[in-house]
Every structure is written in structure tokens, then in C-alpha cells.
Design a protein around this ligand. Sequence first.
Ligand SMILES: *Cc1c(COP(=O)(O)O)cnc(C)c1O
Length: 427
Amino acid sequence: MKYFSTNNPGITVDTAQAVMTGLPYDGGLYMPVSLPALTLGEIREMSDLSYDQLAALLLYPYFGDIGTVSQMEEICHDIYNFEIPLRMFSDNRGIVELFHGPTLAFKDFGAGFLARLLGLTAAKKQTEITILVATSGDTGGAVANGFYGVNGIRVVILYPDSKVSPFQEQQIAGRGGNIKAVRIKGTFDHCQMLVKKAFNDQSLNRMMEITSANSINIGRWIPQMVYYFYGWLKWMDSGLTDYPVFSVPSGNYGNIAAGMLASAMGLPVKQFVAASNINNTVPEFLRTGIYTPRESVHTVANAMDVGDPSNFVRMTALTKSGIPLNSTVTGFEFSDSEIIEKIVDFHDKEGYIADPHTATGILALEKYGSPGIVMGTAHPYKFTGVMPPKIRDRLTLPVTYRESTSPLSSTAMEPDYSLLKEYLITL
Ligand SMILES: *Cc1c(COP(=O)(O)O)cnc(C)c1O
């Protein structure tokens, strides 16, 4: 597959380059030049496949120039080894639980695949690749887990000192091996600023292969398309005849854009509903046609606290010309108190505890007023701290979760780029 930049559709790169650089230098985002098209009959025939088989089949056309079919199968078999249930509730509302992976959030789907893809790339090029990421908490864990032990890759994770939860810090700094944790004496914004400086530092980039692992990268973004097919197939298998609406808790809009990619490949989806907290840049755009990026505001659904979502351009790129985005995507935003009330209400009526992000998705599906599937993006246990007391007492860590108990190890650093550069060079 070749990939073009949304800012310069005439310029294309191969898959390895798109994955290694993450972002095109012109500030656009990479998109596949063509989409493998599937007929309804072909999609229906996939209903017997396990998730890892489905993933290998759907992902090979995008990444086949990095790895062979059997390598794709091996990778998918290794990483997608957890259950992905579709739970059904009253009024034909379903939740597809995407949070049974190693860090209990849907980001495991993309982070795990990208890690292995970069591992293949490093082996082919016979180089060592350094992944540099800034995290406010969740991405760090998924990236640390996905890349742990992958040959040819080392990972440097910058996180704000004392501003991540103990659970998150254990996932970031309790790994060791090829995962290096750097505790920045500052905020998440400092971490992000340092990472950006490193990517723009030409002398550093001449000395080492450094790249990012955020949802901008096609190796992390595209694999998220697979679970739309999987959820859709389970929905149709349960005897429902109407195609589903997908309600997607959204922050950087990578997840919902991956759903739109599935739909552009031929998956019949009735409508996408973007579920947002009060960081409502996209729902507002869908209503008014005006896109106003702003500073993000902290909410109880903090993984969606994004005021200028990076994947928004992918949503517009996937919209057929002449068709307005808001005819396929509807957006709704909800306040913290609405989200918390919904957690309690859904627990009382359906006996199910949703995390704040998934609860936002439930609210949006209800407001849209149709049967459909909510993307369950995180396990509620991860958000114990913001849950109302009566719910909090009922939360337990899933039995399948393998908690790391290794001692924490991280390097403390002032938010000063020369210190980070020195650290990277002598790593
Ligand atoms: C990252 C995240 C989201 C938002 O996903 P995007 O792809 O950034 O829109 C939603 N819920 C949870 C739990 C997340 O971790």
C-alpha cells in the first residue's frame, strides 16, 4: 500500500516510511491511497473467523509490504488473545467490550499491532528504533505493554511526576527492560513540548531513528477498523436485521475515524454517533459547520479531554465528496454530572457498570434514539477514583489482569530539552 499526506495528496510514501515517520513533514496525516473494497457477501462470510484471523485478513492489504501473510497471522495471533464480547441490553443496545487487553483499554488494539509492525521494520532495516512518547497516563501503559520485549525497539516514555495514578505509573515505570520511564518535573504539556522538540531536532534525528507511537500513526490507527467488522458480525449473528448505529466515545477521533474507514471499505453502518464530554469541538462542528479548536478542559472522562482532535482531518478525508460529514456522523456532548448519573442509572436498570467513557457512549446512543452498538473503551476499574461511592465499592480488578509488581524505576528530569537530548544520546 502507498500512503498520501492529507496536505499533499500528490506525494506518496510506502508503508514502512509512513509507519517509521508517523507524521508527514507537511503537517498532514497519512491516508491509504486506495481502500480494499468488500462486498456484503464477503463480509458475511467472515463471521466464522476468530478475531485474530479476521484482523490478519483485513490488515494484510494495508501492511503487506512490511510483513508476509503468515507474519501478519502470527502477530495478530500473539496480540489479540483476549475476549471481545458484545453484551446486549434492553432496547437492542449493545456494548462491545474492547477493554480486555493487557492494559484494560481499547488502545491495546492499536499499540500492540504498531509495536510488532515496527519490530518487523527494525529487523528488515537492521537498525534500532527509539519510540518517544509523552503521556498523561493511559497511552503510556498501552505503549509500554505493546513494545515490551520487542527486539530492535526501545521506548522512552515521558510522564508528569506525581500526576499519573499509581496504577498507571506501575504500567509505565514498572516494566524495565526496553521500556525507559522518564518522570518530568512538570505537567503533561511539558512532556509533550519536549517530545515535539526531539522530533524537530535534526541533529538528534541524524544520530538515531526516533519515532512516535500515538494514534496519528497508521500502524496504530488502521488496526482499530477491525473491531467494527467484528462487532457488526456479532450483531447480525444475534438475529438483528437492521444495520447497527455505532456510538463511539471520542477524544482524538482516531477510533471513530477507523469506524469510518471500515464503512468506506464496505461495512454497512446506519450512522456514527460521536460521543463527547464537554470538549465539544467536533459535535459543535457537526451542528454549525464551524470548527473552533480550543484548550481542553479536564473532565471525568479524561481520555477524551482533547480540544483540537488530530484525527478530525481523517474524518473529512473519508467523507465522499459532495456528502456533508454530518449526514454520516452525529455528535453529542455531555457534562460530568450527566456522565456520572448515567453510570448510576445504567447500573440500576441494567446491572452493568460502565466506565465514564463508555457511559458517554451510552448517553449518545440514547440521545440519538436508535438501537446500536456502543464502543466500550475502558474497563471501569481504571476509573475507580471518579466513580460514585456505591459503584466504587463494587469494582474489582478483572481476574485475567496480570498486575506487574516489579519495583518502579524511572529517571527524574527537569523539563529542559538539553537534558532530554543528553539522555537519549547516552541511552
Ligand atoms: C483514548 C480513549 C478514548 C478516545 O479515543 P480517540 O480515538 O482518541 O477518539 C476514549 N475512551 C478511552 C477510555 C480512551 O482511552
